[in-house]
Design a protein around this ligand. Structure first.
Ligand code: MV4
Length: 558
């Protein structure tokens, strides 16, 4: 096993990995940017190395600075988390060249799977069903038109170098194709320096189902079942669950087995996720393989009892897999939602600011992964994921009720700060979602229905904070005016307001027994939500915990 692991990431995933290392008796180090000097990861790690400014290109994406930090702390391995350099085959190679174990698949495997066109060809050869379309890159608009005519419209033009929803265009009819083809190629060239694209039949009203795999470096692997991640907005997942609901055991099992077989055939090692789209007839189609630990891994951990980061470290150290397929016995249902510091009433714009109040939920079978704490300053530089709330229950209905309960307990407040919690409540209230019948079309449907007929009266005063790596201009986030009461318009207009920060509503009995075929509501009504009130003078002051033994070294060659 490793003696010192350097975590090359930030936020909740850095905390997650540091905890796993601590549990395994591995010394820890973390890199951080000037924006994260006061972070949970810096406090939890044995050592912390400042590698650069907030701008991620010059810190968390700076391979040279990270390798130098690893040398400084005497690390023998680098854990990249998710995002940043986690799927960068060049970085994995640089680590190897510097005597560091990159905790992920072999660089050649990462490179072959990062190219979606190559991944598609490899998985097709291994027997995975693909959406109908081209296996190799499509060299001209005329070729694209031929393929589209064969598979039928709508089609989707995807950048070979894309993935995760980046660099793709849906084309509804032949008249749109040549422009969309040219535009996708140009966009891919400018975004990835690679203009190869391929064409697939566009599958509508499908579900996003993924299979968690775990493979060692000796050709052994297991799958850890499925997750449904259909609740997405602009390719950002909002709610994830395991196992995928409302699909037959035969379908789920076939998908999981074939996913594992495909991965093993290309020499995959480490933890990975094989993504599929599942259509209304339960036919599944391979999309891509992710070579990293994923944000939503906790739901799989909760139904299997397997710590994926422990196992990831175990196989990265070259040890043989210690779990047999028959040891993986998924039990019950786990559901997770992401709590982002964004305003769901303002097109999910980030709302950075200081958290005057931060009291995460607790209670039975409730897990919160977060780097937040009272007084934490959510900056404008990185993605806005603040916490993940995951719950487990023996069945899906109780899991959804439990998540609703946990979210109602979550108290996050600060000037200008909003969270996605009200939107998740809305998802949990949706009858299609409650029945497990939802598809990737759910979020757009909810947002369409939620769009207010007139703009909110305070809309002109609201700040528009910058997105990731683009610092907000004008007033500092902390000085943002409080927009006051707000709600997603609902069927019950402005009745008894409830604060999202308030404890669960009590005293109103839930309707008796479920009606046949109709899921009982999670809460007595669909209570309108009130925006959090201003700072609480009684709120705890910023953490005064002593800083753990921290080497405040700097390393930023660039
Ligand atoms: C598709 C598709 C429909 N048909 N491919 C989005 C993420 C990336 N992995 C591929 N994606 C899609 N590929 C075909 N042939 C629809 C999507 C897609 C999607 C997939 C899962 C969850 C949400 C989505 C939202 C839009 C598009």
């Amino acid at each position: 096993m490793f003696s010192t692991v350097l975590v090359a990431n930030r936020g909740e995933i850095a905390v997650r990995v540091l905890r796993a290392c601590r549990e395994l008796g591995i010394r820890t180090a973390v890199v951080y940017s000037t924006a994260d000097a006061d972070s949970a990861a810096v406090r939890l790690a044995d050592q912390a190395v400042l590698i650069g400014p907030a701008l991620s290109r010059r810190s968390y994406l700076n391979a040279a600075a990270i390798v130098e930090a690893a040398r400084l702390v005497g690390a023998d391995a680098v854990h990249p988390g998710y995002g940043f350099l986690s799927e960068d085959a060049d970085f994995a190679e640089i680590c190897a060249d510097n005597g560091l174990t990159f905790i992920g698949p072999p660089p050649q495997v990462m490179a072959a799977l990062a190219d979606k066109s190559s991944a598609r060809a490899l998985m097709s050869r291994a027997g995975l069903p693909l959406p109908p379309g081209s296996v190799s890159p499509v060299p001209s608009a005329a070729h694209a038109a031929e393929i589209a005519a064969e598979v039928g419209y709508p089609v989707i033009v995807k950048a070979a170098a894309g993935g995760g929803g980046r660099g793709m265009t849906v084309v509804r009819c032949a008249a749109e194709l040549s422009r969309a083809y040219a535009r996708t190629r140009a966009a891919a060239q400018s975004a990835f320096g690679d203009d190869r694209v391929y064409v697939e039949r566009y599958l509508t009203e499908a579900r996003h189902v993924e299979v968690q795999i775990l493979c060692d470096q000796h050709g052994n692997g297991v799958h850890l079942g499925t997750r449904d991640c259909s609740v997405q907005r602009r390719h950002q997942k909002l709610v994830e669950e395991a196992p995928a609901p409302a699909l037959s055991a035969a379908t789920l099992d076939a998908m999981a087995q074939i996913a594992l077989r495909g991965a093993l055939e290309v020499g995959f090692a480490g933890v990975g996720t094989v993504e599929f789209l599942v259509d209304a007839e339960e036919r599944f189609h391979f999309l891509e393989i992710n070579c990293r630990i994923q944000v939503e891994h906790p739901v799989t951990e909760m139904i299997t009892g397997i710590d994926l980061v422990h196992e990831q470290l175990h196989v990265a150290a070259g040890l043989p897999l210690r779990i047999r397929q028959e040891d993986v016995r998924p039990h019950g249902v786990a559901v997770e939602c992401r709590v982002n510091v964004e305003d769901p009433y303002r097109d999910f714009a980030p709302t950075p600011g200081r958290l005057d109040r931060f009291v995460p939920p607790g209670g039975p079978f409730t897990r919160v992964d977060t780097h937040g704490h009272p007084g934490y300053l959510v900056g404008p530089h990185y993605d806005s994921l603040l916490a993940k709330v995951a719950v487990w229950a023996p069945d899906r209905d109780l899991a959804l009720r439990r998540l609703d309960r946990a979210l109602a307990e979550f108290d996050v407040a600060g000037p200008g700060v909003r969270t996605t919690i009200p939107f998740v409540h809305r998802v949990l209230d949706d009858p299609d979602f409650r029945a497990g019948r939802h598809t990737t079309a759910l979020v757009d449907r909810l947002l369409g229905a939620d769009r207010p007929p007139v703009p909110r009266p305070d809309s002109a005063e609201l700040p528009r904070p910058g997105s990731a790596d683009v610092p907000a201009s004008g007033s500092a986030p902390e000085s943002a005016p409080d927009p006051g009461p707000a709600d997603l318009p609902g069927p019950e207009p402005a009745a008894a307001p409830r604060s999202s920060a308030a404890p669960p509503v009590s005293g109103v009995p839930a309707p008796a027994g479920p009606r046949p075929g109709v899921a009982p509501p999670l809460r007595p009504a669909v209570p309108p939500l009130r925006a959090a009130v201003g700072p609480d003078p009684a709120a705890p002051s910023p953490s005064t915990r002593p800083v753990a033994a921290t080497t405040a070294s700097t390393a930023h060659p660039s």
